[in-house]
Design a protein around this ligand. Structure first.
Ligand SMILES: [Zn+2]
Length: 687
């Protein structure tokens, strides 16, 4: 492992942060923390932590000893000084005199002794940092150290690699007892450079940040060197199909198997994050490694995001074998969930009972011949699960190369999974799920106007969003402006093959699709008695046939999942109330309105709802500034009066149309319905 410490860069950050009034040692701690956090073989997704002891003036200008400790769940890679909240040090160190301290009391002490009431909650490993005497303390969950300590005799393996350079602390859950054991191990031999926490990670320290960081890198490098001498036999999974089905076809089937039917067309759905690169295939196609990771996660901390074991599904079938694969997978999933329930009941009973069982759904699914899927209630959570599964695989492979991968026992995993503090970390109580959470939404023509507003509205409701637009650039720009997980894809919806490919890309990215807003359109004009055939046909391609291609692909994925779906169309006032010389636009739009009804009729019993929003006079790509100027002039109206020329006298915006799409997507008893959003136009009003 290479040291990334640069004295010049450290100095630059110190100059920058001290100018903002930040203590120089805190600035150096931030620098070291970011360096460690940037390496996924050291820490993953909020894991690990760091601290620095300092003196701050209080409001009366009296010096107060504090511990700046990483906030719980904060990401080390992107930490800022406010991610290391200050906690009064003396009250923490005084706790050392206690024989025991409950987790709830510990958290209470941490909360009460923050200097700033609105600072993030201090890490649950705060006392470990407080009880060590060094100014700087760093802690990672380094994969190499986990591989050494996840052995039948982890102490012996660590001694062999590290000699007497580290103290070794047996596995126990984070909290007061671990903090005390860490302090006692250090005090027994203060010459050590660090402490191995068996099956958990590594702590290093020093009076300056550079020393603490260097020790971390040196010790992990030592561990890596030791592991590099090992050797492991790969056992290829037998019977892999030479031409397996595409992941885009398998993922929606798996997603459907995992979904729980809550009745009335409502489902508890999951997002999938597919990994099929070399590192994922190194796990999915190796029977020996699959067996090893089945023993448990690299460190109990992961269990919150991955569950104790992966779901191991049958090898990826051929396209013809997919139905048979689904039936076999269904039984394996049921067995997994039964095993999870048994694990809960047995461990809960052994520990006195009274806990509430979490959902039994696996968070990692291995498909030999294909790769693995992270599974989560959101796309971000699915990605975290996949990352952690790959970290466990790397750890297990290294551990097997020098011995036998032996992770923490199931009872230890249970303690962590059902630890009240860890449950709080998930933030469930603070943030109930948003109405469209766990659903994947696709919008066409999402690069601007109504489509972009619709994408934003669905994202606000918690949906995972994929934006399709003729301009890949526009799609990606809107996607990036909404959030990191939003997918932006170029797609010419008048090309059926491109539409199929785009839906496959969405299925690969999220696992499937639940809501489709078929929105892309453009206005062609011409007097119907003389308009040329080519214009009419071009309009039909975009304003009718493209909707049909989008809807067919949506239905293909909805049916693969078997958990219903919402098919929403952007109709137009023209579809029910023709405008003069607007035949080329209105005719295909009228056909699309009928198309909506046909889908409602033909696919209602598949749980698929079909509905439309009938909007009029919206500023967008379709109704440009020039058109507004010419039409308002033709009617002798100001632009403002033209745009508000409806019964209510209010201009209707793209956001208003987007809200109607959201309402339709949320209304599980509504189908074959058109909502008019036009401020009132009695000639175009529906029954
Ligand atoms: Zn830790």
């Amino acid at each position: 492992m290479k040291s990334l410490w640069s004295a010049a860069e450290a100095e630059r950050l110190v100059i920058q942060l001290t100018a903002e009034g930040i203590d120089a040692e805190l600035a150096l701690s931030v620098y070291a923390t970011r360096l460690l956090g940037g390496d996924p073989t050291l820490v993953l997704h909020g894991g690990g932590n760091s601290s620095v002891k300092a003196t701050l003036p209080d409001l009366l200008d009296q010096p107060v000893s504090v511990l700046h400790i990483k906030g719980s769940g904060r990401d080390m890679a992107t930490i800022d000084p406010d991610g290391l909240p200050a906690v009064r040090l003396d009250p923490l160190q005084a706790l050392r005199r206690l024989d025991r301290l409950s987790d709830a009391s510990m958290v209470n002490v941490l909360e009460l002794n923050r200097l700033h009431a609105d600072a993030p909650a201090p890490s649950v490993e705060t006392l470990m940092h407080a009880f060590l005497p060094h100014r700087h303390v760093l802690h990672t969950h380094a994969t190499a150290v986990l591989a050494l300590s996840n052995q039948p005799d982890g102490t012996a393996a660590c001694r062999e690699a590290f000699g007497s350079r580290v103290g070794i602390v047996p596995y126990m859950m984070s909290g007061f007892a671990l903090a005390r054991a860490v302090a006692e191990t250090y005090e027994a031999d203060p010459t050590v450079e660090g402490l191995v926490l068996l099956k958990h990670g590594l702590v290093t320290f020093g009076d300056d940040a550079a020393t603490a960081y260097r020790r971390m890198i040196d010790l992990v490098t030592l561990a890596e060197g030791h592991l590099a001498q090992g050797r492991r036999t790969v056992v290829p999974v037998a019977g892999l199909a030479t031409a397996p089905v595409a992941a885009a076809a398998l993922a929606p089937r798996l997603r459907g198997l995992l979904a729980r039917d809550k009745g009335d067309g409502l489902f508890e759905r999951w997002l999938l994050d597919l990994r099929d690169d070399d590192s994922a295939r190194a796990l999915s196609d190796d029977a020996a490694l699959i067996k090893a990771v089945g023993r448990g996660v690299a460190t109990p901390d992961h269990v919150i995001r991955t569950k104790p074991w992966p779901l191991v599904l049958p090898p990826a079938p051929t396209a013809e074998g997919l139905d048979g694969w689904v039936e076999a997978a269904r039984d394996i999933i049921a067995a997994y969930e039964a095993r999870y329930h048994d694990y809960f009941v047995a461990n809960d009973r052994a520990k006195g009972g009274g806990r509430i069982e979490l959902d039994p759904v696996a968070r990692v699914a291995i498909v030999p011949g294909l790769g693995l899927f992270g599974i989560g209630a959101a796309a971000a959570a699915a990605a975290v699960a996949a990352d952690m599964a790959l970290a466990t695989a790397a750890c297990a492979a290294a551990a097997e190369s020098i011995g036998t991968y032996t992770p923490a026992a199931e009872a230890d995993l249970f303690d962590l999974e059902y630890w009240s503090l860890e449950q709080a970390k998930l933030g469930k109580r603070k943030h109930p799920e948003r109405p469209l959470a766990r659903q994947v939404m696709v919008v066409t023509g999402g690069g601007s106007g109504i489509g972009a507003a619709t994408a934003r509205a669905f994202a606000r409701q918690g949906a995972e969003v994929a934006i399709l637009d003729l301009s890949a650039n526009a799609a990606r720009t809107v996607a990036a402006s909404i959030g990191p997980r939003v997918l932006g894809l170029g797609c010419d919806v008048t090309n059926p093959e491109a539409v199929a490919a785009a839906f496959d890309a969405v299925a690969r990215h999220f696992g499937g699709v639940d809501i489709v807003v078929s929105n892309a359109g453009a206005a062609w004009q011409g007097t119907i008695g003389s308009v040329d055939d080519a214009t009419l046909r071009r309009s039909f391609e975009l304003n009718f046939f493209a909707h049909q291609a989008v809807a067919q692909n949506a239905v293909r994925l909805f049916k693969a999942q078997g958990s219903g779906g919402s098919l929403l169309f952007n109709a137009s006032k023209q579809s029910v109330n023709p405008g003069k010389n607007f035949g080329p636009y209105g005719l295909p739009k009228a056909a699309t309105l009928f198309l909506m009804k046909q889908y409602a009729l033909d696919h209602g019993r598949d749980g698929i709802r079909s509905a439309a929003v009938n909007a009029d006079r919206i500023r967008s790509g379709l109704l440009t500034g020039d058109m507004i100027a010419s039409r308002s002039a033709a009617r002798g109206l100001s632009e403002k009066d033209y745009m508000a020329g409806n019964l209510l006298g209010r201009e209707v915006g793209a956001e208003d149309v987007a809200d109607a799409f959201v309402w339709l997507a949320r209304s599980n008893k509504v189908t074959a319905c058109t909502i008019t959003v036009d401020g009132g136009n009695i000639e175009a009003s529906l029954r």
